[in-house]
Design a protein around this ligand. Structure first.
Ligand SMILES: *[C@@H]1O[C@H](CO)[C@@H](O)[C@H](O)[C@H]1NC(C)=O
Length: 698
C-alpha cells in the first residue's frame, strides 16, 4: 500500500519537474533569441524591463546585473530618484541615517541604515553623501547616481512610458511598453518600480478651494499671521504644519482618524517623532489643534467679507475660507457655488463648534497613489482593497494578480504589508526586491533559492547569528523569515523567504520539504496595546517570552508546509498559521539575543524538541563515554568525535576554562566524567547542562 503511494508521489514530482524543466528550456531559448536587439521596426527587446530608476528599480537592477541578466531600466526623468528632487517638500528625509553603532558588522549596521541600497561593495553606503541623522532630500538622488555609476547599471533616461500592454502568444506572454516618441520596448518580464506620484484627493464640496501639498509654498513667510487648516494627519501633513508653526497664527489639522504615532504602532509610515512638534503645541494649548471628521462630509466655502481691508490698506484679494458640514448647506448638490449664508455655517447651529472661525488657507496633505493609467486593460493589475485602492494588488511574491510576468516593486508593492511592516519604505523594500529576484532566478533560470547546508549540530549557532545580526528579517519583520528545512542529521538554511508565500515555498524556491518538517524564524512585535512608555512595558523573563512587546524572534515549527487555506485562516495578527510548536525568544533591550540562560538554552531546548535529538556539545571524553554506553550517542559526538573530529580535553584548555571561573569549584582540577565536566556554575540554578551556543571567547 505505502509502496504504491510512494511511487505515485515520485511519478508526480517527476512530471512536475519535467514541466518546469521544459518551461525553463523554452524560456532560456527565447530569451537567448530575443536578447536585447532592435528589430527592423525599431522595437527594443529585453528579457527584463525595470520601470523607474528610483531606489526599488535600481535595487533590482543591481541584482539583475550581478546575475548577468539582459535588462534595462527605463526612467522618464533625466536622473535617478527624481521623486526626491521634489519630495518631501520641506526637504528633510525622515529615514534615519545612523552611522555610528559601535559595531563593525556590515549586516548588523544595515539594521540602522535606512537609506542605503544593498550591494556587494562595502562602502557604497548612504553615509558617503550625508552624515546627518535626518538627511537632506537632495542627498538621495546623489546617492542613487553614485549607485548607478559604481555598479555600472544600465539605465536609459528620458524614456517616458505612457502605455503598457501585454500580448499573449501560444507559448509566452510579453509586455510592450510605448514611450513618448512611440518607440516600443518588448520585455518578457516587467518590473514596475514607478513609486507613487498621484496626489491622493478626496472629493467634497469646495475641494477646488484647497491647495495641494505638491504645489504649496514652502516659504514660512507666506503663511505669516494666517489661520491654516491642513487636511490629513500623516507625515506630509505634520511636516507642513511644523514648517509654519512659527509663522501661522493657528494651525488646525483635520482627517477622519486620530493621529497614529509611529513609536506606538511600530509602523514607520505613521507620524514620526521628528515631525510631531504640533502635538506639543496642541496639548500645551498654543493655538494648534487636531480634529476628526470624515472629509467627504465637509464643505469648504469662500465668503468675501465686505469692506474689510488688510492692515497695509490694500483690498483683500481673496475671501476667507469657512469650513462647514454638508448637512448644514442648502444647495447640497451644487459644488460650484462656494458662497454660503450665515445659516449654513456650523457656528450658527453649534455655538462652540471647534472650527467655527474662518481660515486663510486650506491645504490637502493626504499622501499619494499609484498611477494605474499607464496600463492598458490587458496589463493592468487590479486595485488592492487593503490600501483603499491606492495600490495595485499583488501576490505574496509581488506578481500582479492577473498579469503573470509583471512584478511590482518598491513603495507601490506595499499592499502586502500595508500599515504593518516596512515594505513601503527603502529599508524594507530593498530586501523584498532581493527576494523577488530570487523568485525570478528560480522560475526563469532554474537557479534554486540560495541556501546553506548545515550539520544539525550547528543549527543553534546559525540561528543565534542570524537573530543577532540579520537586517532583512529585522526591517521586514513578519514579512521575511528564514526557512530551515530539517533533514535529520543536517538541514538546509534558506534566508529571507517571503513568509506569506510559504504555501508555495517549493515551487518558488526549488527546495523540497522532507518528512522532518521545517522551522520558520521571523521577527515580531507583541500585539498587545500597552502603555509604551509605562512600567512593565518590556518582558525580561524568558519563561514569559511570548508576552514580549518589542521586536523579538519567533520560531514556528511545522511538519509540513502550511496550505493556502491555513494561511488565510491564521489567527488575527499572526504572520503564519498555528504551528506544531512555537518558540518566542524573549525581547532583548540590546537586541542581541545572546544570553546563555534567557536566549540560548530555551532555544536549544525548543530545537531539541522539534528535531527530537540532543543538541548539546560535549568534550571528547564524554563522547567516548557515550559511545560506550549508548547505542546512539548524541549528534554532536556522532558528527564530531566519532568522525575523529573535535577538541580533546587538554590541560591547557581546561585550565583556561577553570581560570575563567566556569567550572564548579569542587570538580575543577580533577574534573569528572560525562557532560558535567564543562558545566558552568552559573547555569546550575536553571538545571542546565552544557550549551553549544555558549560563547567561550578564549
Ligand atoms: C500617470 O500616467 C499618465 C499616462 O502615462 C501620465 O499622462 C500622467 O502624467 C501620470 N501621472 C503622474 C502624476 O505622473
Amino acid at each position: 500500500m505505502s509502496r504504491f503511494r510512494m511511487e505515485d508521489g515520485w511519478k508526480l514530482s517527476y512530471i512536475v519537474m519535467e514541466r518546469n524543466l521544459l518551461c525553463f528550456i523554452l524560456f532560456t531559448l527565447f530569451s537567448f533569441v530575443i536578447t536585447s536587439f532592435i528589430d527592423h521596426n525599431g522595437t527594443h527587446h529585453y528579457t527584463y524591463c525595470v520601470l523607474g530608476a528610483g531606489p526599488a528599480g535600481l535595487q533590482m537592477a543591481h541584482f539583475l546585473s550581478k546575475a548577468g541578466r539582459d535588462y534595462i531600466v527605463l526612467e522618464r526623468n533625466s536622473g535617478p530618484g527624481s521623486f526626491f528632487n521634489k519630495y518631501p517638500r520641506h526637504r528633510k528625509l525622515i529615514s534615519i541615517n545612523k552611522i555610528h553603532t559601535g559595531r563593525r558588522n556590515r549586516e548588523f549596521n544595515l539594521r540602522h541604515d535606512w537609506n542605503s541600497l544593498l550591494s556587494d561593495k562595502p562602502d557604497l553606503l548612504f553615509r558617503r553623501v550625508s552624515a546627518e541623522f535626518y538627511p537632506p532630500a537632495d542627498a538621495f538622488p546623489l546617492y542613487l547616481s553614485m549607485f548607478v555609476k559604481e555598479l555600472d547599471l544600465r539605465v536609459r533616461y528620458g524614456v517616458d512610458i505612457g502605455r503598457i500592454r501585454s500580448v499573449q502568444s501560444a507559448s509566452r506572454r510579453s509586455y510592450i511598453l510605448t514611450d513618448q516618441h512611440a518607440s516600443e520596448y518588448t520585455c518578457s518580464v516587467l518590473l514596475v518600480a514607478t513609486g507613487l506620484w498621484v496626489p491622493q484627493k478626496v472629493q467634497f464640496i469646495g475641494s477646488d478651494l484647497v491647495e495641494g501639498y505638491e504645489s504649496i509654498s514652502t516659504n514660512p513667510e507666506d503663511y505669516r499671521d494666517q489661520a491654516v487648516l491642513i487636511l490629513g494627519k500623516g507625515n506630509s501633513a505634520f511636516e507642513t504644519a511644523q514648517s509654519i508653526l512659527g509663522s501661522a497664527s493657528l494651525v488646525h489639522m483635520l482627517s477622519s482618524s486620530p493621529v497614529r504615532l509611529a513609536w506606538q504602532t511600530h509602523y514607520v509610515g505613521d507620524l514620526r517623532a521628528v515631525n510631531n512638534e504640533l502635538i506639543d503645541t496642541y496639548q500645551l494649548k498654543s493655538l494648534s489643534g487636531l480634529v476628526e471628521a470624515p472629509l467627504e462630509k465637509i464643505v469648504i466655502a469662500e465668503r468675501k467679507e465686505q469692506g474689510r481691508r488688510r492692515p497695509d490698506g490694500k483690498k483683500e484679494g481673496r475671501g476667507k475660507l469657512y469650513l462647514t458640514l454638508k448637512k448644514y448647506t442648502l444647495n447640497k448638490n451644487d459644488p460650484s457655488s462656494g458662497d454660503v449664508t450665515r445659516e449654513e455655517l456650523p457656528g450658527y447651529h453649534i455655538d462652540n463648534f471647534p472650527m467655527r472661525k474662518p481660515y486663510d488657507r486650506v491645504i490637502r496633505c493626504l499622501g499619494f497613489r499609484f498611477n494605474f493609467s499607464i496600463f492598458d486593460r490587458s496589463a493592468c493589475p487590479p486595485r488592492s482593497e487593503n490600501a483603499k485602492g491606492r495600490l495595485p494588488e499583488v501576490t505574496a511574491w509581488y506578481e500582479g494578480r492577473n498579469s503573470p510576468g509583471l512584478f511590482v516593486l518598491g513603495t507601490a508593492a506595499h499592499s502586502r504589508d500595508y500599515r504593518a511592516s516596512a515594505g513601503g519604505f527603502i529599508h524594507g523594500f530593498r530586501y523584498t526586491a532581493r527576494a523577488v529576484h530570487r523568485v525570478l532566478e528560480h522560475r526563469y533560470h532554474g537557479n534554486r533559492w540560495l541556501s546553506t547546508r548545515l550539520p544539525t549540530t550547528q543549527l543553534l549557532s546559525w540561528i543565534l547569528r542570524r537573530v543577532g545580526e540579520a537586517s532583512g528579517p529585522y526591517q521586514m519583520f513578519e514579512l521575511l523569515g528564514d526557512v530551515i528545512l530539517l533533514r535529520g542529521s543536517h538541514c538546509e538554511y534558506v534566508e529571507e523567504f517571503l513568509v506569506q508565500a510559504l504555501p508555495h515555498f517549493t515551487s518558488l524556491s526549488g527546495h523540497e520539504v522532507s518528512s522532518h518538517g521545517l522551522i520558520v524564524v521571523v521577527m515580531q512585535y507583541g500585539k498587545k496595546k500597552i502603555d509604551y512608555l509605562g512600567r512593565g512595558r518590556a518582558e525580561t523573563d524568558w519563561t514569559r517570552a511570548w508576552q514580549s512587546n518589542f521586536l523579538h524572534p519567533v520560531l514556528y515549527y511545522y511538519k509540513t508546509l502550511p496550505t493556502e487555506e491555513e494561511m488565510k485562516r491564521r489567527p488575527q495578527g499572526w504572520p503564519l498559521p498555528r504551528p506544531e510548536a512555537i518558540h518566542h525568544m524573549v525581547e532583548d533591550f540590546l537586541t542581541e539575543w545572546d544570553g546563555p540562560m534567557s536566549h540560548v538554552q530555551p532555544l536549544r531546548r525548543f530545537l531539541e524538541h522539534c528535531i527530537q535529538t540532543d543538541l548539546r556539545a560535549f568534550y571528547a571524553e564524554s563522547c567516548f563515554h557515550a559511545a560506550l554506553t549508548h547505542r546512539k550517542p548524541p549528534l554532536f559526538c556522532q558528527q564530531g568525535y566519532l568522525n575523529q573530529q573535535g577538541v580533546p580535553r587538554n590541560n591547557q584548555l581546561w585550565e583556561r576554562v577553570h581560570n575563567a571561573g566556569l567550572t564548579p569549584a569542587e570538580q575543577g582540577a580533577t574534573g569528572t566524567t560525562g557532560a558535567n565536566s564543562a558545566f558552568p556554575h552559573y547555569l546550575a540554578p536553571a538545571g542546565a547542562a552544557v550549551s553549544s551556543g555558549l560563547k567561550l571567547d578564549f
